[in-house]
Design a protein around this ligand. Structure first.
Ligand SMILES: *Cc1c(COP(=O)(O)O)cnc(C)c1O
Length: 218
């Protein structure tokens, strides 16, 4: 049951770690069940689905966008997103900044760091993130709030730990290097299969879907 699973996870999470319930591919009723059990932060990864859910569900839900975002879909996502966790290209960042300017909004984002062994995983390498943050002021309508990352999809706990260690170390390094970026403090790591490992590496958010809502029907 969704309520029971939520409660078990919440009991294990330190109070300073925000639980983002990843509801992609699950129906409105499942989200409402979690909402009625006190969950208010949800993550979605497809723009159309994100928008449809955001307009139909209670207005006090905090929506995070966590999937790949194409620049022609910004208008479906940005009006409702309190955080875009998955900024993975400069092109996207520039488009978000322009949207923010047009709509008089400062858009909160996380930069996605690529750490997993998979070639296909999206995200920046460390040097690109450094370059972006050195020119953070030129993105006037973007608020840089931290990093998001995914560990390699493997059963090898050492590999997963080393991926999380790398993101966590880089986060600490960036906070020291850019003390003027006062919002840059969120570290979003950990999913259903690896969030307990992630907890050793100082996350401020975990993104959990399957362990709350069950297996997705793609
Ligand atoms: C789907 C997804 C999750 C949740 O994955 P689960 O394994 O179902 O917990 C977390 N983060 C991102 C970026 C995702 O796309």
């Amino acid at each position: 049951m969704i309520e029971t699973k939520l409660e078990l996870i919440r009991n294990e999470l330190p109070s300073e770690v925000k639980l983002v319930a990843v509801s992609k591919f699950h129906p409105l009723e499942a989200i409402l069940t979690a909402y009625q059990a006190g969950q208010t932060v949800f993550g979605e990864s497809r723009p159309q689905e994100f928008e449809a859910k955001a307009v139909q569900l209670p207005k006090d839900i905090e929506w995070h966008f966590i999937g790949h975002l194409q620049t022609n879909k910004l208008k479906m996502v940005l009006p409702y997103a309190s955080l875009v966790q998955s900024v993975d290209s400069r092109h996207l960042l520039t488009a978000i900044d322009e949207w923010g300017k047009k709509n008089d909004r400062k858009v909160r984002v996380l930069l996605e760091l690529h750490v997993g062994l998979e070639e296909t995983k999206q995200g920046f390498v460390e040097e690109e993130i450094l370059d972006i943050l050195f020119s953070a002021e030129s993105y006037r309508n973007v608020e840089f709030c931290g990093l998001m990352g995914m560990a390699t999809n493997t059963d090898d706990e050492e590999q997963i730990s080393s991926d999380f260690q790398r993101i966590s170390d880089f986060m600490e390094y960036l906070k020291d290097l850019f003390p003027e970026l006062t919002s840059f403090k969120e570290l979003s790591i950990g999913m259903s299969d690896d969030w307990r490992i992630a907890l050793r590496y100082n996350p401020t958010m975990v993104r959990i879907g399957t362990a709350i809502f069950g297996v997705r029907d793609y």
